[in-house]
Write a protein that binds this ligand. Structure first.
Ligand SMILES: NC(=O)c1ccc[n+]([C@@H]2O[C@H](COP(=O)([O-])OP(=O)(O)OC[C@H]3O[C@@H](n4cnc5c(N)ncnc54)[C@H](OP(=O)(O)O)[C@@H]3O)[C@@H](O)[C@H]2O)c1
Length: 287
């Protein structure tokens, strides 16, 4: 997500500083550990920061279930967003924060989730992300929280890149068909965020929003389309049930986000998921 923000921000009239907890190869990065409120305050004061877009998180859903990791997961997903919110509140700035469809899932539902649906996380990742949202809200800062789902991009490790590789190299593959949701090209979310910031559309419109691409699919259908676009014809892809891949966390079965609010309030056009997938895969295949 952060890498897509980096690309989109190049077209912004505002100046952005990119931070990470470690030095990144070939990328201009300022070191900042967002678990330290003092470090954030110093960065904000020295650079007269007016807006923070937070893409940092503990994102390893299964790894978050390791009880020895809980303190760290909570620090990153719940305390760090609170730190960022406090720092922005102190200077009258805006915090843009990315959250997740995993704040839902505990209650069965089969209609797209609206922003005010009660959070019912099923695991530590979803729980700590929900705590992060609540901690931001408690500070009284101006905030935009975007809950998104099934993110992929040209960068890092993600489902699209993994399936491009597996469908090219394996004769057979089983993929779950009993979890549905909407894949989201991180570039599209980054572009939406910058449209809102650049055009100051957030004024009077702060709050929680749902953003994914348009449409609904299963991980199985997602994989079939990835293989088709990649031209990988040699892999026999079969649907299977989630219980064939035991996991420490129960994933939401129907993880579809209702985007009515974000489209109406910010007058956004949200791309259909296969259109965005084709764009992203074209970029990956160029590399
Ligand atoms: N991926 C998805 O499918 C998905 C779905 C819904 C919502 N989201 C949300 O979207 C956001 C972006 O996700 P992503 O997939 O882009 O995550 P990601 O690739 O795991 O990136 C998270 C980033 O946070 C950085 N980080 C870790 N600890 C830090 C610290 N103490 N201070 C500063 N930075 C720190 C990580 O640095 P290192 O790489 O150096 O550890 C990494 O660059 C997250 O909030 C996530 O919860 C993701």
């Amino acid at each position: 997500m952060g890498n897509e923000i980096r690309i989109v921000s190049k077209g912004s009239k505002d100046k952005y500083i990119f931070t990470d907890v470690i030095e990144l190869d070939g990328q201009e990065t300022t070191i900042l550990d967002i678990t330290s409120l003092d470090a954030i305050r110093k960065m904000v004061a020295e650079n007269d920061v007016k807006v923070i877009v937070n893409c940092a998180a503990w994102t390893n859903v299964d790894g978050a279930e390791d009880s020895e990791k809980y303190a760290l997961v909570e620090k990153l997903n719940a305390t760090a967003p609170e730190n960022l919110a406090k720092a922005m509140k102190e200077v009258g700035g805006l915090l843009v924060h990315i959250s997740t469809d995993y704040v839902f899932g505990g209650d069965p539902y089969n209609t797209p989730c609206k922003e005010d649906q009660k959070g019912t996380p099923t695991g530590v990742y979803g729980l700590t992300k929900l705590l992060g949202e609540q901690n931001i809200q408690k500070t009284g800062v101006d905030y935009l929280i975007f809950r998104t789902a099934w993110l992929y991009s040209e960068f890092g490790k993600n489902f699209v890149k993994t399936m491009m590789n597996l469908t090219a190299t394996k004769p057979q593959l089983k993929v779950v068909f009993d979890q549905v949701g909407t894949p989201t090209y991180a570039y599209d979310l980054a572009a939406a965020i910058f449209d809102i910031i650049d055009n100051r559309k957030f004024e009077g419109n702060t709050g929680v929003y749902h953003y994914s691409n348009e449409g609904v699919t299963s991980w199985y259908d997602f994989t079939k389309i990835i293989a088709e676009i990649a031209g990988n014809k040699g892999c026999d892809i079969q649907p299977c049930h989630s219980d064939e891949f035991p996991s420490s966390v129960k994933r939401p079965a129907y993880s579809v986000l209702d985007k009515t609010k974000v489209k109406e309030v910010f007058e956004l056009a949200v791309p259909y998921w296969t259109d965005s997938l084709k764009k992203c895969m074209k970029n990956i295949m160029k590399e």
